[in-house]
Design a protein around this ligand. Structure first.
Ligand code: BGC
Length: 721
C-alpha cells in the first residue's frame, strides 16, 4: 500500500514537473513565433485543420467529427466527402444509448475505442462528446447527447473523455452551452436563470473539464444573454477559463464566429468553418478573411488589442499540441477491428431499454419454428447515414433484419417495409416516391400470416427527424406509422415494437401492442445487439436517460408556450428553470408515459436492507447508501440502483428529487450482492443567485432509493450538520 502511494505521488510529481517543463517549452516556442504565425494558428486552413508552423516543424492540427465514430474524410475546402478508401470505421451506438447503459465502464471502453480509431486516422481532436441537456423531445440532435439529467451526463462523459484522450487525441466537448434545439440554432438568444444554468445545463461540461480533463471545448452556435456562445464573456472567459481553470482550447462550432473583437477578447482560441465554399475561386486564400485571421492581425498591429491576446491563444494551442501531436509517447492507434465491434455491441446490448413487456412477449425463443413478420423501414435502413455531422461511413452496418435472420434460423422470417420516408438529405426533406398504399397493404398481409410481428419504426436521420439543422415538427410517429400500426393490430395481436430513435415519441398505439423496446441508433452492430436482446441472449438492462411524456404539453419547455420553445425567432426564455425532465413531472405530478430511469428486465430484482452508514453528515462528508440487490427471477441480468435526493422545507423551490448516485450491478439468477453508492454532501447544494455561488442548506434531506424515478423502493432521512 505504502509503495503504491509512493508510486502515485511520484507520478503526480512527475506530471506536475512535466506540466512545468511543458509550459517552459511553450514559452520558448512562443518567443520564436512571428505575429503572423501566431495568428495563423488561431484559424482554419481547411474545413477540418488548422496550420501549425511549418518553419519550425510544428505540425497542423487535424480534427474530425465525432461523437459516434470518426467521420469520413471531407474535402479541403467544401463539405463534400473526399471519397477515400481508407476511412471506413466502427460506428458506435449514439450517445443516448450510451447514457441508457448507466455504465461508466462501458463509456470508458467506448472512449478508448473511438479514440484509437481517431488516432489511427491521424486526428488530433475528436469533435465530441456532446452533453447538451435533453430539454424537449423535438430537438433534432438529442440523439448525440446524454439525456436530461446533469448527474447522469456528468458521470458518463468523464470516462469517455479520458478514454479518448489516453490515445493522445483531444476530446472536444460540445456544444458549450445551451444549444438545446436546432431550430434557429445559429442565432437564437437563450435567456435562462443562473440557477438553471449552473444546476442543469453546465454540470456535465464542468465534469468533462475538471474531472475528465478535456483538452478542448466547442462553443455553441446560439447566443446566451445577447452574445454568441463561441465568443462569450460569461461562458468562456469567466466560467470555463477562470472559474473552472480550463487550460485547453476553445474551438468554434463550424461557422460560429461572428466578430473579430469579440472573438479576440471573449475566450475563443481557434475559429473553424466560417464560410469558404466557393470562396477559394475568387480569393487566393479564403481563410485569410476569417475573423481571427487578417482582421485580427490588423487589430493587433494597430494596438486595438494587445499582442498578449494572441499569445494566450497560441499558448493554449501549443499546450494542446504537446498533449497530442507533439507528444512523442502517444500510442499509434488502431483501425476498426473486432474488439471495437464488440464494444459497440456491448454498449448496444446494455443500452437497449425494454419499456413494456406484456405476457412475457420478449424474449422470443430463437429455437422455435414460428413465422415472424418483420415490418417497418427501420428494419433495413442504414442509420449511420444522415443526421448531419455525426454521419458515419461504417465499414459494415448490420441491419435489424439481418441480425434477426442470423439468430432466428429456425423461424420463417417475412419482411415488409410497411412505410417509406425518403432518402436522407441534409437540410432538406425529400418525400419518398414509393406508393404508401401498396407498402401498407403488403405489410398488413404479412402481419396476418405471422405468429409474431416485430415492428421496426420510429424516426430516422432525415431532415426534421433525428438530424442536425432542424427540429422535429411533430411528436407523433411520422410517415404514416400510426395508421399502419393500427391496421397491423387489427390482423395480429402479437405485436412488439422496436422504436429506433433518439427521442421520445407520442404513442397513441401503445395499448394495442404487447411489447415495446427503445432501440436507439446502434451503429455497426445494430442488428446483432437487437437480436441479442430480442432472443434473450442478452438480458436488457438499459434505463431511460430522459422522460417520455404522454403528450408534448406535458414537457416543461412546451408547457410554457412559444417563447419557451422554440422562442420568437430572436429570443427564447427557459421559463421552466430547473424543472427539466423528471423534475417537472415530479413537481407538477404529471405522470410520464415512461419515466426517467425506467427499464425492464427478463428477470426480477429485489432491493432490501436499504440504509445509510450514518444518520448525519458534515457538509464535506459523504454518505454511503447501501442495499442488498437480489436477482429473484430465472435469468442472469443487471439492475441499476438509483439514489435521488430531495430537500424538504428548503428555503428555495427545489425539485422533489434529483439523481445523485447510481450503480449498475450484474447478477446471476438467484444471486444477491450488497451495493454501495457514495453521495457527497456538497453535491446537495443549490446554486444561490443571491451570492452567485453554491449553498448547502443544513438539516434534513430525503434519499429516494429505487430502480427508476417512478419506482422508489424506500425513502431514508439523513441530516447535514
Ligand atoms: C456541428 C458540430 C460539428 C461541426 C463540424 C457543426 O455543424 O454543429 O457538432 O462538430 O459542424 O462538422
Amino acid at each position: 500500500m505504502l509503495l503504491l502511494m509512493l508510486a502515485l505521488r511520484a507520478t503526480t510529481l512527475h506530471a506536475q514537473h512535466s506540466e512545468k517543463e511543458m509550459d517552459a517549452k511553450i514559452d520558448s516556442i512562443l518567443s520564436l513565433l512571428t505575429l503572423e504565425e501566431k495568428v495563423a494558428m488561431c484559424h482554419a486552413q481547411s474545413k477540418f485543420s488548422s496550420p501549425g508552423v511549418p518553419r519550425l516543424g510544428i505540425s497542423e492540427l487535424w480534427m474530425s467529427d465525432g461523437p459516434h465514430g470518426v467521420r469520413a474524410e471531407i474535402n479541403w475546402d467544401n463539405w463534400g466527402y473526399a471519397g477515400w478508401t481508407n476511412d471506413s470505421i466502427t460506428a458506435f451506438p449514439a450517445l443516448t444509448c450510451l447514457a441508457a447503459t448507466f455504465n461508466p465502464e462501458l463509456s470508458r471502453q467506448y472512449g478508448v475505442a473511438v479514440g484509437e480509431e481517431a488516432r489511427y486516422r491521424r486526428k488530433d481532436i475528436l469533435l465530441g462528446p456532446g452533453v447538451n441537456i435533453y430539454r424537449t423531445p423535438l430537438n433534432g440532435r438529442n440523439f448525440e447527447y446524454m439525456g436530461e439529467d446533469p448527474h447522469l451526463a456528468s458521470t458518463l462523459v468523464v470516462p469517455y473523455v479520458q478514454g479518448v484522450q489516453q490515445n493522445g487525441v483531444a476530446a472536444c466537448v460540445k456544444h458549450y452551452a445551451l444549444n438545446n434545439q436546432e431550430r434557429w440554432r445559429d442565432h437564437i438568444n437563450v435567456e435562462v436563470s443562473d440557477r438553471a444554468l449552473y444546476e442543469i445545463y453546465l454540470p456535465a461540461f464542468k465534469a468533462a473539464v475538471q474531472e475528465g480533463g478535456a483538452w478542448s471545448v466547442m462553443g455553441a452556435y446560439n447566443q446566451f444573454r445577447g452574445q454568441h456562445c463561441c465568443h462569450n464573456e460569461i461562458l468562456l472567459n469567466q466560467i470555463l477559463k477562470e472559474d473552472w481553470g480550463f487550460d485547453g482550447v476553445v474551438v468554434t462550432d463550424w461557422g460560429g464566429a461572428h466578430d473579430t473583437r469579440e472573438a479576440a477578447l471573449y475566450g475563443l482560441d481557434i475559429e473553424m468553418g466560417t464560410g469558404t465554399d466557393g470562396l477559394t475561386t475568387s480569393t487566393r486564400n479564403a481563410y485569410d478573411y476569417y475573423y481571427l485571421a487578417r482582421p485580427f492581425l490588423s487589430m493587433i498591429k494597430s494596438g486595438a488589442v494587445p499582442e498578449s491576446v494572441v499569445d494566450e491563444k497560441a499558448r493554449r494551442i501549443l499546450r494542446l499540441m504537446f498533449r497530442t501531436n507533439m507528444n512523442p509517447n502517444r500510442p499509434p492507434g488502431r483501425m476498426n477491428n473486432e474488439e471495437h465491434l464488440q464494444v459497440a455491441r456491448a454498449v448496444g446490448g446494455e443500452g437497449i431499454v425494454l419499456l413494456k413487456n406484456d405476457d412475457g412477449f420478449f424474449p422470443i425463443n430463437p429455437d422455435k419454428e414460428i413465422t415472424i413478420a418483420v415490418i417497418g423501414e427501420n428494419a433495413t435502413r442504414a442509420m449511420t447515414v444522415g443526421g448531419g455531422s455525426s454521419e458515419l461511413k461504417a465499414r459494415d452496418e448490420v441491419s435489424p433484419l439481418r441480425g434477426l435472420k442470423e439468430r432466428f434460423r429456425n423461424a420463417t422470417i417475412i419482411h415488409a417495409m410497411g412505410y417509406a420516408s425518403g432518402p436522407p438529405q441534409y437540410g432538406r426533406e425529400v418525400p419518398s416516391a414509393l406508393d404508401a398504399d401498396s407498402l401498407r397493404h403488403a405489410a398488413v398481409k404479412a402481419a396476418g400470416q405471422a405468429d409474431v410481428v416485430l415492428f421496426f419504426g420510429g424516426l430516422n436521420k432525415n431532415h426534421f427527424q433525428d438530424c442536425e439543422g432542424g427540429d422535429r415538427r411533430q411528436f407523433g410517429l411520422p410517415f404514416g406509422q400510426e395508421e399502419l400500426l393500427a391496421q397491423l393490430a387489427e390482423v395480429n395481436e402479437n405485436i412488439g415494437v422496436i422504436l429506433i430513435s433518439g427521442n421520445a415519441v407520442a404513442m397513441p398505439w401503445l395499448s394495442k401492442v404487447k411489447a415495446l423496446m427503445q432501440g436507439w441508433y446502434l451503429g455497426s452492430e445494430a442488428g446483432h445487439a437487437l437480436a441479442d436482446v430480442i432472443s434473450g441472449d442478452v438480458n436488457p438492462s438499459g434505463k431511460l436517460p430522459f422522460s417520455f411524456p404522454a403528450k408534448l404539453s406535458d414537457n416543461a419547455a412546451h408547457h410554457f408556450g412559444e417563447l419557451s420553445y422554440p422562442g420568437d425567432s430572436i429570443n427564447q426564455h427557459y421559463k421552466e428553470g430547473i424543472f427539466v425532465g423528471y423534475r417537472w413531472h415530479d413537481i407538477q405530478k404529471i405522470k410520464p408515459l415512461f419515466a426517467f430511469g425506467h427499464g425492464r428486465s427478463y428477470t426480477s430484482f429485489e432491493l432490501s436492507d436499504i440504509k445509510t452508514d450514518k444518520p448525519s453528515y458534515s457538509a464535506d462528508g459523504q454518505a454511503i447508501v447501501s442495499c442488498q440487490v437480489t436477482n429473484t427471477g430465472d435469468a442472469d441480468g443487471a439492475e441499476v440502483v438509483q439514489v435521488y435526493v430531495g430537500k424538504p422545507d428548503s428555503k428555495v423551490e427545489r425539485a422533489v428529487k434529483e439523481l445523485k448516485g447510481f450503480r449498475k450491478v450484474h447478477l446471476k439468477k438467484g444471486k444477491k450482492t450488497r451495493v454501495e453508492i457514495p453521495i457527497e454532501m456538497n453535491k446537495l447544494a443549490f446554486y444561490d443567485e443571491s451570492i452567485s455561488g453554491w449553498k448547502l442548506e443544513r438539516g434534513a434531506y430525503i434519499l429516494f432509493v429505487g430502480t427508476a424515478s417512478d419506482n422508489i423502493v424506500q425513502k431514508l432521512e439523513i441530516t447535514v450538520k
